[in-house]
Unconditional design. Sequence first.
Length: 361
Amino acid sequence: MAPTIAITTNTEPSKVTELVLNKGFGVKGLSESGITCLPNQYIQPLEERITVSEAMPGGSIPIIDMSNWDDLKMEELICDAAEKWGFFQIVNHGVPIQVLEKVQEATHRFFGLPAEEKNKYSKENSVSNNVRYGTSFTPQAENALEWKDYLSLFYVSDDEASALWPAACKDEALEYMKKTELVIKRLLGVLMRRLNVTEIAGEKENLLIGSKRINLNYYPICPNPELTVGVGRHSDVSTLTILLQDEIGGLYVRVEESDNWIHVPPVKGSLVINVGDALQIMSNGRYKSVEHRVAANGKSERISVPIFVNPRPEDMICPFPEVFAAGGEEAIYKKVLYSDYVKHFFRKAHDGKRTVDFAKI
Ligand SMILES: O=C(O)CCC(=O)C(=O)O
Ligand SMILES: [Fe+2]
């Protein structure tokens, strides 16, 4: 049910916060309250807004067909894309389309619940830190808020997920995680081979895929999409991110340290793969964790479902020694505790690529 309070641009920020954050209506509640203009605290500074002219027409991140696993050409495309773009899409990846559709339905189901149901999983109310319903990114640290609600689920075990994850989406989210396991391992196997890492079982496996988090992202219709963002500029702190987006579009990726951004067009049945900071660090900068952001939309709601494949919180991460086997290359990142790295990311608002400086030598 939509909230009854009337919100305008000039509604006191504290009233908006009360509704969106404290009562758990999220930006979805704002959107459904019938507002016709954006509350002030969502107005982003000019340089953070997404203008269509910045988006480079014509260019495109690679779309890689994974139907033939023995194809050396495919391996090359994957590694080249991870080095150049940090982003690519995969098709014929082996994850059944029904699994993807089911987790998308489940995402709509969860966000369709009454605010008080969703709010049981808020920071204040959730019985576990591993299950978190929230809005924006880190509202306490942000000068301008982001037009997004989310449910974030940190995977510990099937039993814990069964007991704690919301019934509206837990089976579908778990199934999506399980069914993407194989393609994740294969992608990492391919990426590791170019770094001279031939064996990823054991310690390397913990560093690469030691923990996982799945987010259900919900971007409601926005009254002034040009003034705000769905997600601000950031790179992910993961090893790899596997992202399922719907047919709406709005994800933009920075083109090779330029001021150009490129749209990631929705491709039915595909998964978007991107390199995260942890893999950039472990590959000593060879694979790029690239900035990306999401535009708000004035006509359609949008959902996306990323799986963040991460080291374990207690792991120390640094460039793999194999990367230096050929000689002549110096380490550009030092050893950092992964949980410290993640804490650093969440302490501040989205700020592009600055997080990785935390690990720079
Ligand atoms: O919604 C999207 O397309 C991307 C979301 C994203 O970048 C993130 O959750 O880290
Ligand atoms: Fe991201």
